[in-house]
Design a protein around this ligand. Structure first.
Ligand code: IDP
Length: 140
């Protein structure tokens, strides 16, 4: 299977509870390698642009409030079939539906404050990586 990249965010509910290391360990234990990482305060404009696909959804405004409510850690992850590998260890969007042993089952506070983001396709991974990182910030 090919080694690919995906894009991850450790969301404000997780950074607030000092879970950056714990979440990253679960990603690493799932066979993913952190090849870029930075802690940032997302601007409103960045959050709205990142979640533009959801702008007609009723939770869009709240989601952007949440994503700008504290620091996030944006990461590029590399591994075999990275998008699927990451989605598997993240678990379902709603932690109530997430499987045991997943990041969201373990740490998420709710359907919105669900601790992590992960790209849902190789195509979106490339777009999302490009949204937050310059190529020279990624060191494999
Ligand atoms: P995903 O993050 O599992 O791919 P998406 O459907 O793409 O899920 O939703 C993006 C983010 O929007 C979720 O991770 C969550 O933070 C938030 N979200 C999704 N559905 C709801 C909802 O029904 N209420 C509030 N927030 C939601």
């Amino acid at each position: 299977m090919a080694v690919t990249r995906t894009f991850s965010i450790i969301k404000p509910d997780a950074t607030r509870r000092n879970l950056t290391g714990a979440v990253t360990k679960m990603l690493e234990d799932a066979g993913l390698r952190v090849v870029a990482s930075k802690r940032i305060q997302m601007t409103r404009e960045q959050a709205e642009g990142f979640y533009a696909v959801h702008k007609e959804r009723p939770f869009f405004g709240e989601l952007c409030d949440f994503m700008t409510s504290g620091p996030v850690v944006v990461q590029v992850l590399e591994g075999e079939d990275a998008v699927k590998r990451n989605r598997d260890v993240m678990g379902a969007t709603n932690p109530a539906d997430a499987a045991d042993g997943t990041i969201r089952k373990t740490f998420a506070e709710g359907i919105e404050a669900n601790s992590v983001h992960g790209s849902d396709s190789d195509e979106n991974a490339a777009i999302e990586i490009d949204y937050f990182f310059d190529e020279n910030e990624i060191v494999g």
